[in-house]
Design a protein. Structure first.
Length: 139
């Protein structure tokens, strides 16, 4: 079993890919596909967490399925939509010394797929549902 008194910093992924709120949705889609991820923390130039973009956020702004437009047209639209227009601007984050059990409780109770990990305001990692599963499998 995963030790409940373990700090989340021992479970989190520290090698994370981030984007800026001025980047476009098409870049986020490419990154998600390339890195096989569903969550991208959005940071400012000082690596402070300013938002969170999820695969679900991108799907919400996609109109191709509803409007019957082509994938190429949707790509062109996503090339001009800024991340700041579709991201969660108030993501829940936790400090790196949060206990694993407390982080898990936050994920479950709020039905979150991830939690950004911060040191003050600076992003230092992310923990996802998949990280908990991987840790469970290792044990």
């Amino acid at each position: 079993m995963i030790a409940n008194d373990l700090e989340i910093s021992k479970l989190m992924t520290a090698d994370i890919f981030t984007l800026n709120e001025s980047d476009t949705v098409d870049i986020a889609e490419e990154v998600m596909g390339w890195r096989t991820i569903r969550h991208i923390p959005i940071v400012d130039d000082d690596q402070r967490l300013v938002g969170l973009l999820t695969h679900r956020d991108i799907l919400k702004c996609s109109i191709s399925m509803i409007a019957g437009i082509s994938k190429e047209t949707q790509r062109k639209l996503n090339h001009v939509i800024k991340i700041k227009e579709v991201m969660n601007t108030e993501p829940r984050s936790i400090p790196q010394n949060t206990l694993v059990r407390d982080a898990a409780k936050i994920l479950v109770e709020n039905k979150f797929g991830c939690l950004p990990i911060v040191d003050g305001e600076k992003l230092v990692g992310i923990v996802t549902e998949a990280d908990f599963v991987k840790a469970f499998i290792k044990d």
